[in-house]
Design a protein around this ligand. Structure first.
Ligand code: ZN
Length: 360
């Protein structure tokens, strides 16, 4: 059995454990109960912390036990890695969106969390399958976990565009606190089948699942959405009812990657979808949209906005500039810091557009 440290649930919130490690359900349930029991009777104090440390060791056997609801996270404690579900529901209630930023390396993880801390914003970091292929889920999870534990704002780590049931399950096992399964390239019934399968598998661990209906166009990594295909509101309603997904990515005219021309957004379609679907809606392909366009979408029901391409550009441009100015540089920390600062500034700007600053 592969053993991996777990995360703590907040006091007074009963944890669920994933049983992806092959341990028996009963053992996991008992461990989960034990963590909950200790947290319940010992409020947040030194006593609880030391018990928590002991239980951390015990949790080696209990697979992941994340702060499932995100309800009771405690500022400054080590349980800031939360699921995306409550972050998005809060955003929906508050009329803002949570920024979801694609990270490629340690510097980008640090940049995104530093931006979130500085603006007191909840934040989602995410990785695509091609990013995952580059270094493996465990590396990105470890980065996010390290950053989240040092953070005083809630942080979620999300699988972006999970392209198979297997990858979604691997992300669940690795400790990802939010998962997207993208069956949008398949026909409607197949998309429902795979999305529902992932929802069912994630349900015991209370890990939220985002799916996509309609196809966001454009190219990003090995993802090719072609010219895209707009989301049909009636289909969206049926899709959500039949799959039980907790958030839905919709296609209203955005594209992944770098835009060739000025995108034409069908915001009326977004409002139509909002009327019949009550879960948080997600906007992909927002890199390159004007601030006004993003805010119009948020007004009409978008609760999560993905930013990927522009972070890569910000990082790479800063590194290129650093090396052009100082070609004798051989220390990766030097240009890494330049890239990190550039990404942080960009992310802070995007968070303000989303209106999530001050919400953590
Ligand atoms: Zn996307």
């Amino acid at each position: 059995m592969i053993i991996k440290p777990g995360l703590f649930t907040a006091p007074h919130s009963k944890p669920q454990t994933s049983c992806a490690k092959g341990a028996s359900d009963t053992a996991l349930r008992l461990m989960s109960e034990a963590v909950w029991w200790v947290n319940s009777i010992h409020p947040i104090d030194e006593n609880r912390k030391s018990l928590a440390n002991e239980l951390d060791a015990a949790c080696l056997f209990s697979s992941i036990a994340v702060n499932n609801s995100g309800k009771n996270y405690i500022k400054g404690e080590r349980i800031m890695l939360v699921t995306s579900e409550k972050l998005l529901l809060d955003a929906q209630k508050g009329g803002y969106a949570v920024g979801a930023f694609n990270v490629e390396n340690m510097e980008m993880v640090q940049a995104v969390v530093a931006a979130a801390e500085e603006l007191r914003a909840p934040v989602i970091m995410q990785t695509t399958p091609s990013t995952v292929k580059y270094a493996g889920l465990d590396y990105y999870y470890a980065n996010a976990k390290a950053a989240a534990e040092a953070a005083s704002v809630p942080v979620a780590i999300h699988l972006d565009h999970g392209d198979s049931f297997a990858l979604a399950m691997q992300a669940l096992r690795s400790g990802y606190t939010s998962i997207m399964i993208d069956g949008s390239h398949s026909v409607f019934e197949e998309n429902i089948a795979i999305s529902k399968a992932v929802v069912d598998a994630c349900a015991p661990s209370k890990i939220p699942v985002e799916a996509e209906l309609g196809k966001v166009g454009g190219k990003e990594d090995d993802l090719d959405g072609g010219n895209g295909g707009y989301t049909d509101p009636a289909e969206a309603k049926e899709f959500v009812e039949r799959t039980g997904v907790t958030s839905l990515a919709v296609e209203i005219g955005t594209a992944h990657g770098v835009y060739a021309g000025e995108p034409k957004l069908d915001v009326e379609r977004l409002s139509e979808i909002r009327k019949v679907v009550d879960i948080p809606l997600v906007l992909h392909g927002a890199s390159g949209l004007t601030d006004e366009a993003v805010q119009e979408c948020i007004k009409r029901g978008i609760c999560k906005v993905n930013f990927a391409t522009e972070l890569r550009i910000a990082y790479s441009d800063a590194v290129k500039k650093y090396l052009a100015d100082a070609p004798e540089t051989f220390d990766p920390k030097k240009y890494g810091a330049a890239g990190r600062e550039s990404v942080k500034q960009l992310v802070m700007g995007r968070m303000k557009v989303c209106g999530c600053n001050g919400k953590a």
